[in-house]
Structure formats: structure tokens, C-alpha cells
Design a protein around this ligand. Structure first.
Ligand code: NDP
Ligand code: OXD
Length: 314
């Protein structure tokens, strides 16, 4: 029973080596290598080329190497087998670090002090809002959104969240659905996007959403942090809102086109912070252990963990 590693954009040899170490007794092969398609029972995927998993007659399951699965569901020839995604403490912790770090950088105006340092400028600046006066709203109350909210709350921020279905989380003001969106945005100073990319969420971070954010908060202008997916955001609208002053800063880990093209004005905009889609990377050892556990479960007749609901797209 072989395991096929089907990744693009990542170092495939590294992943094959790690999986081979964590799955002793199995053959781990890379897509495009020399193997009998009938020997493949499991595939692990990160952005596999569309159609490349369709000729595996004995495939039993596909394991996404990321928490998001839009990269898989885009494939019109995806085999009809169970698909699971990553839910992993290491990945979750990394994402919350990213969110909390940027929320604190905004709160403590760290980028302004960096500019002042470069100018050897010492200003006696007492204008620091308290964390409790800054309202952080998280879109997406799943595994990542909940953990980020918990840690933002520990730092003292006032927190709220928005999701498709209604949630109740201690100490978090929860909004849901279309009706809940406007009121959620209107009381948000820092918008954190941790949504999956689905047909429903595509392009939703547009000028209507950005202009709906609180304009009267302690930060003066609202801030966007998107670590969900680039396909959620309209980059023309983000730039327009930064230009007209309805948005103060955009902190982006994900982009409509990745890698972000050299010609994108986002690279050099003074109010944009760019990171290369690594807010929460999938660490091969942690993810390999999860896949090994999933295969063990499947072979013992136990249900797979973290199954993707194909119809809803996440
Ligand atoms: P989950 O599936 O656990 O949570 C998804 C959340 O989004 C749920 O609360 C869900 O609502 C909500 N949601 C989905 N569709 C809608 C909608 N149409 N309207 C409102 N809310 C909606 O996902 P995770 O928290 O594990 O991950 C979230 C995303 O983060 C991933 O899909 C991926 O795209 C991204 N990611 C990015 C990484 C990076 O490095 N930048 C790393 C890892 C993940 P409900 O609760 O009602 O179902
Ligand atoms: C993921 C990612 O979905 O890294 O896990 O983007």
C-alpha cells in the first residue's frame, strides 16, 4: 500500500523523506515518479496538478497537507474518496502567533517607532490606546479563529467573531450569517480574516466590507489582517480604501496571485505589510504524524478525523 506525495511549490523530496520515516513498512513515492498507479492507496496533496489523482484505481483517501482545501476542491477530476484536512496544534499555534503579533504591532504602533528610529527621532509620545479599547473582530470561528480569539483575549483586546452558523464562545461577542455581518463590521477596529475560500466567500473582502468597519475606534482607522486565502480579498478595493483613508493598514499573508507578482503595488505601499503565505506553515513532522494516524485509523476501520464536507467546501 503506497502513499503518493503530490505537491507543487514545496520541496517534494523533503516531504517524501519525512513521510517515509514516519510510515515504516510503506512505500512513499512522489507524483511523476516510477510507480504502479494500482499500488497507491493514499495521496497527500498540496496543490496537486488538476487531474493528477484521477488515474489511481485503488485510492482510498486524500489527505490535504494544509488546513485549507480549496487547492484540492478546485480539481474538477478529484476522485470520489474521503478528503481530510490538517487540524494540528503546531499549525494552530503558529497562526495565533501571527495574528497576535500583528494585532500587538498595530496596538503598540511598532511600525511608526521603527520609522522614527531610522530617523533617530525621539518623540515623547503618550498616545497609546489600551488593548481593551481596541476591538478585534475575527471572521471565521473554526479551529484557527477560536484559538486566535482566545489568545487575543488573553492580551486584553475586546474580541468578537463572525461565522456562517451561530456560535457561543465565552467572552467573545459572536455574530453570524448575512444579517450579522454589518453589525459585526461596524464594531470592529482590527479585522482578522480566517475564513476558508469557498464559492460563498470568494472576493468577500471588498470595499463594502472594508468601508463597513468602525471608523470611530481607538486606532482612528481600521486595520485588515488576512491570513485566510488571497481569493477572499479584492486587492484593487484594498488599495482604494487605503488611498481614500477608510482603511489604515493592510497586513496580508495571502494574495489573489501567489507568489505576489513583482509588479503588485502591494509590495511597496507604505501601509501594507506582506508575508509570503507562511502565517502558519505545515511542519512536515507534525503533519506526517497526523497522516500516519489517519492511515492507522482507516485500516482499523475507525472514522477519519477532520473530514472535509465537500458540499460546503471546507
Ligand atoms: P475551519 O473549517 O475550522 O473554520 C472555518 C470557519 O469559517 C468556520 O467558523 C465557518 O463557519 C466559517 N465560514 C465558512 N464559510 C463561511 C461563510 N460563507 N460565511 C461565514 N463564515 C464562514 O477552518 P480553520 O479555522 O482550520 O482554517 C481557516 C482557513 O485558514 C483555512 O481554510 C485556510 O484557508 C486558512 N489557513 C491559512 C494559513 C496560512 O498560512 N495563511 C494556514 C492555515 C490555514 P461555521 O463555524 O459556521 O462552519
Ligand atoms: C493551509 C495553508 O491551508 O498553509 O494550511 O495555507
Amino acid at each position: 500500500m503506497s502513499v503518493l506525495v503530490a505537491v507543487t511549490g514545496w520541496d517534494v523530496a523533503h516531504w517524501v523523506e519525512r513521510f517515509q520515516r514516519l510510515l515504516p513498512g510503506r512505500t512513499v513515492v512522489a507524483l511523476g515518479g516510477d510507480y504502479d498507479p494500482a499500488s497507491i492507496h493514499y495521496a497527500v496533496s498540496w496543490k496537486h496538478p488538476a487531474g493528477s489523482l484521477s488515474q489511481l484505481p485503488n485510492l482510498k483517501a486524500i489527505f490535504s497537507l494544509g488546513a485549507g482545501v480549496d487547492h484540492l476542491l478546485n480539481d474538477p477530476h478529484l476522485p470520489d474518496v474521503p478528503v481530510t484536512r490538517v487540524v494540528d496544534a503546531d499549525l494552530t499555534a503558529r497562526m495565533s502567533e501571527y495574528v497576535v503579533m500583528h494585532a500587538l504591532m498595530v496596538l503598540r504602533q511598532q511600525r511608526r517607532y521603527q520609522k522614527q528610529q531610522a530617523q533617530t527621532l525621539w518623540l515623547d509620545d503618550r498616545d497609546q490606546p489600551a488593548a481593551q479599547d481596541v476591538r478585534v473582530g475575527v471572521m471565521g470561528l473554526g479551529v484557527l479563529g477560536r484559538d486566535a480569539l482566545h489568545k487575543l483575549k488573553v492580551m486584553g483586546f475586546s474580541v468578537s467573531g463572525w461565522s456562517r452558523s451561530a456560535h457561543h464562545i465565552d467572552g467573545v461577542t459572536c455574530f453570524s450569517g448575512e444579517d450579522g455581518l454589518k453589525p459585526f463590521l461596524a464594531q470592529t477596529d482590527i479585522l482578522v480574516v480566517l475564513l476558508p475560500l469557498t464559492p460563498d466567500t470568494k472576493g468577500m473582502i471588498n470595499k463594502d466590507v472594508l468601508k463597513g468597519l468602525a471608523q470611530d475606534g481607538a486606532l482612528q482607522k481600521p486595520v485588515l489582517i488576512n491570513a485566510g486565502r488571497g481569493g477572499l480579498q479584492n486587492e484593487v478595493d484594498i488599495l482604494a480604501c487605503l488611498e481614500d483613508g477608510s482603511l489604515g493598514e493592510a497586513i496580508l499573508d495571502v494574495f489573489e496571485t501567489e507568489p505576489l507578482p513583482a509588479a503588485s503595488p502591494l509590495w511597496t505601499h507604505p501601509c501594507v505589510v506582506v508575508s509570503p503565505h507562511n502565517a502558519a506553515m505545515s511542519a512536515p513532522d507534525a503533519i506526517g504524524q497526523l497522516v500516519a494516524r489517519q492511515i492507522g485509523r482507516m485500516e482499523q476501520g475507525q472514522p477519519l478525523l477532520h473530514l472535509v464536507e465537500m458540499k460546503r467546501g471546507y
